[in-house]
Design a protein around this ligand. Structure first.
Ligand SMILES: [Zn+2]
Ligand SMILES: [Zn+2]
Length: 342
């Protein structure tokens, strides 16, 4: 069986919509028909001319999806039926190693991934997901809300990793979907004053809609502006920009014994003036993805209405319009979250 997908050929070239084979589900897999798939900044980085990822030609990316089960693998047919509504972690662990046992299939040495070409992603009509990594969507959850599970799970993982203390002020650097998800989750997990900082204030309203108490402009006065707004220095800083220099910026803003969660996935060389973290005795932690439990919890928070991701939603694009929308976003990231629809 054939399907249409937006395929990556080589860095610096737009995705190409063409026919490819529908992937076949294994014993513990589900074949789903994709309903929505968010366009993510990390896909732009993966396919950039300067990318160091070596994404193989023929890859289909797209890791923020929701869909409908079409076929369940033989081992999971009693749990999943055609028509079931679902989202899933965008990789499939072996299900047997120590990482998989803890629900950390991201770290599984045998995990099947999208950017390596092991799996076909949500930028195509159909994809295969792992039944272990799949999370059911309640009837009232929209396809968009289903596809928002992934970016919100990124924020939940970063915040859960921090030693967030009830009532303590926190600072989020960056107002992209990851930064906004961190703000929403920090609010949810009991932070005091939550401030989001970005280079411009064009997302100020969006930041507040996602749970920020204040929206600050990242300039030389950011530390003072935060202290004015929050009444203290930030107990935890979530770095969600991901460009070189942010580690130094966060370290300069942190107080003595402060904690910095690196959630921006910087794909470049960071330099840090060594004495800064020494004198302040800073703690750094790096966050990548989420566990299966965190992913399921992110969906639960959406389903119950405790976290509403929809202010981040900027609309849908068709598969034929996806390659151009992708290049437009690369040139100018004004949209927060566009989603592919079929
Ligand atoms: Zn993403
Ligand atoms: Zn494993």
């Amino acid at each position: 069986m054939k399907m249409r997908a937006a395929v990556f050929d080589k860095p610096g070239q737009p995705l190409v919509v063409r026919e490819i084979d529908v992937p076949a589900p294994g014993l513990h897999h589900l074949l789903i028909r994709v309903k929505r798939c968010g366009i993510c900044g990390s896909d732009l980085h993966l396919t950039d001319v300067h990318s160091s990822w070596n994404v193989p030609s023929g890859c289909v990316l797209g890791h923020e999806f929701s869909g409908e089960v079409v076929e369940a693998g033989a081992a999971v047919r009693d749990q999943w039926q055609p028509g079931d509504r679902v989202t899933a972690l965008p990789y499939i662990g072996c299900g047997q190693c120590a990482f998989c046992m803890r629900g950390e299939s991201f770290h599984c040495p045998h995990t099947l991934r999208l950017p390596t070409g092991d799996l076909v992603g949500g930028y195509g009509e159909y994809m295969v997901i792992g039944a272990r990594e799949a999370v059911r969507l309640a009837d009232h959850v929209s396809w968009e809300e289903g596809a928002f599970t992934e970016p919100l799970a990124v924020g939940l993982h970063a915040v859960a990793m921090s030693r967030i203390r009830p009532g303590a002020p926190v600072l989020v650097l960056g107002a992209g979907p990851v930064g906004l998800a961190c703000a929403a989750m920090a609010r949810r997990l009991g932070a005091g004053h939550v401030a989001v900082a970005a280079r411009s204030d064009r997302r100020a309203e969006l930041g507040r809609a996602m749970g920020a108490d204040s929206f600050l402009v990242s300039d030389d006065r950011l530390g003072e502006a935060f202290a004015d707004a929050a009444g203290a220095a930030p107990d935890v800083i979530y770095e969600c920009v991901g460009t070189p220099g942010m580690m130094q910026c966060a370290s300069d803003l942190a107080p003595v014994k402060g904690e910095i969660i690196m959630a921006g996935a910087c794909n470049g060389h960071e330099t840090l003036f060594g004495i800064t973290p020494t004198l302040k005795e800073l703690t750094y932690r790096y966050a990548a993805c989420y566990t299966i439990a965190e992913f399921a919890h992110a969906q639960r928070l959406i389903a119950t209405g405790e976290v509403n991701p929809m202010p981040m939603f900027d609309g849908t694009v068709s598969l034929d319009a996806l390659p151009q929308a992708f290049e437009d976003l690369r040139a100018n990231k004004t949209a927060c979250k566009l989603m592919l629809t079929f």
